[in-house]
Design a protein around this ligand. Structure first.
Ligand code: 15L
Length: 266
């Protein structure tokens, strides 16, 4: 069991799922975000923090033996926004981990947008080259590189999870391949903290979807066996979502609509 688990971005979609469901794996939980965390439960501590504030991040991380790093910018945005949250923020997090009184194990919420420009006809594994589909995707590739360097140089272990589409249900045809259920997401995090030696693996964050494009064989040692399958929702998706045309980015690239987004300017 962890002594103190830090969940960054705890007010976000998945951060809130972590807040609700990861309490059993730690004696206490420190939650951070820039705002909106409500009241702390008895096992919780709330620390408001901007990830671009180096000193604040050092104080935030100190003493935590586990970190689920969900914080940062979670979609395409202006470079300035991405840079402060996902570039400076990652550097600050890893420097804080290096200096901390306890070396933490980290789960980094990377994204499928680190490989988003691969074609849906291609199957990927942990060794496939990155192919970001925007500045957000570039920042996730940077985060993975940061994790890798701090592992090689300082032994800090990180699971870089290229999260697909983690929602209660798949919402469109692309998500029949990229969907990860909340149950599978939580099971994965539990295994990441349980496995005796983690290293610094790349994990594709998706359920056991029949239509998957991603192969997690390299991380079988973690012992994560996702239980859900987006196929169970195919009939519902067919009925409710418009099927993209053959040339539509949502039917061509792993990253879907992110590939059609331009550079965000003022
Ligand atoms: C992401 O990285 C986003 O944070 C999330 O909102 C989804 O859009 C997801 O990717 C996806 O590709 O479905």
């Amino acid at each position: 069991m962890l002594k103190k688990l830090l969940i960054t971005g705890a007010n976000g979609n998945l951060g809130a799922v972590c807040r609700e469901r990861l309490a059993p794996i730690a004696e206490s939980v420190r939650l951070s975000a820039r705002k909106g965390l409500g009241e702390a439960a008895p096992h919780e501590e709330i620390v408001y923090c901007d990830l671009s504030d180096k000193d604040a991040v050092e104080a935030l991380v100190d003493g935590c033996d586990g970190i689920v790093h969900m914080g940062g910018q979670a979609t395409e945005a202006k470079w300035e926004t991405i840079r402060s949250a996902n570039i400076d923020g990652m550097f600050n997090l890893y420097e804080a981990a290096r200096k901390s009184s306890v070396t933490p194990r980290i789960v980094f919420a990377s994204s499928n947008h680190a490989i988003g420009y691969h074609k849906q006809t291609d199957r990927l594994d942990a060794k496939s080259p990155t192919r970001p589909d925007g500045l957000y995707g570039v920042s996730k590739v940077f985060g993975e590189a940061m994790a890798s360097m701090y592992h090689d140089k300082f032994g800090i272990e990180t699971a870089c999870v290229r999260i697909g589409s983690c929602f209660p249900e798949p919402r469109n045809h692309r998500m029949l391949s990229t969907w990860m259920s909340y149950d599978d997401f939580i099971l994965m995090i539990e295994r990441i903290f349980m496995v005796p030696k983690l290293g610094c693996p790349i994990i594709y964050g998706a359920s056991a979807n029949d239509a998957s494009w991603w192969d997690n064989r390299e991380v079988a040692y973690i012992g994560w066996q996702p239980k859900d399958n987006a196929e169970a929702y195919r009939a519902k998706v067919d009925a409710e979502a418009e099927r993209p045309g053959l040339d539509d980015v949502n039917a061509v690239y792993h990253g879907g609509a992110f590939c059609a987004d331009g550079i965000h300017e003022d």
